[in-house]
Design a protein around this ligand. Structure first.
Ligand code: BTN
Length: 245
């Protein structure tokens, strides 16, 4: 993968498309300052200039069925977990693909695929990891950075190189059924609030709030939660359930 750093852009997820050439391997576009960072559910993503990792990885998966796309999301999030483990931060994946330390969010991920027929044509994985920011001013509810957790300052270029090499291995692993299964097993093992204890959930389809236990994530990404009062197992697609903090 080629890594390109630029001083400022609107959103790396949008800007990386300008580097799209079908025949090249992956491109990683990182910026020191993002003026219109995009988050999930149409939210914006804020990050103090020069302090954090804000980058997008774009590649053209080869013969990769669109139905397996959740495994890409798993590999992208697990690579963040591994990167943070390397600096002694024990992070977990908040389904579907935020990264949390305790009850605080250290990383957000926005993945955008384009599909051709049954296969993925292009993947853009946009990743924002809070690294050296000491104070957060936006109305994001619960941000945390690596420096707040460890008291250390980090070299962003070096961290990005490490991330890209971890992710490259992770993506390679997805080429085989066994590699995808292994990735999925690790994802489920590293789930935030996946410890068999009851937590608060809000079912966005009905508005109901209840105490539930995460039971599983299906390989295609559906989350199963057991309602502890009724015993019912509920299955959710993205955006159909919220964790109560
Ligand atoms: C979220 O948690 O809502 C997802 C946030 C994703 C932010 C990253 S920063 C780099 C890339 N460019 C963007 O505009 N968004 C992603």
């Amino acid at each position: 993968m080629i890594i390109i750093w630029i001083d400022e852009t609107t959103s790396t997820n949008s800007a990386v498309l300008e580097y799209d050439q079908k025949n090249t391997g992956g491109i990683v576009l990182a910026t020191r300052s993002q003026t219109n960072g995009r988050g999930q559910k149409g939210n914006s993503w804020e990050s103090e200039a020069g302090k954090n990792l804000s980058f997008s990885v774009m590649w053209h998966p080869v013969s990769f069925p669109a139905r397996n796309q959740f495994s890409i999301s798993e590999a992208v999030a697990l690579a963040v977990i591994d990167l943070l483990a390397g600096i002694d931060i024990d992070a977990k994946v908040k389904w579907p693909n935020d990264v949390y330390v305790g009850d605080k969010k250290i990383c957000g991920i926005l993945i955008e695929h384009s599909v051709l027929g049954m296969n993925l044509d292009r993947t853009v994985a946009g990743i924002g990891v809070n690294i050296n920011q000491k104070k957060f001013f936006s109305d994001a509810p619960n941000p945390v950075s690596a420096t707040q957790l460890t008291g250390q300052e980090y070299n962003l270029e070096m961290l990005l190189e490490q991330y890209v090499s971890i992710l490259t291995e992770g993506i390679k692993r997805l080429e085989t059924d066994s590699g995808r299964e292994e990735t999925h097993r690790r994802f489920v093992k590293n789930l935030w609030r996946g410890d068999g204890i009851g937590y608060g959930f809000r079912d966005c389809r009905t508005g109901e709030c209840y105490t539930g236990i995460i039971k599983d994530v299906a390989p295609m990404g559906f989350l199963s939660v057991k309602n502890v009062e009724t015993g019912e197992i509920l299955e959710y697609a993205f955006k159909e359930v919220e964790f109560l903090l």
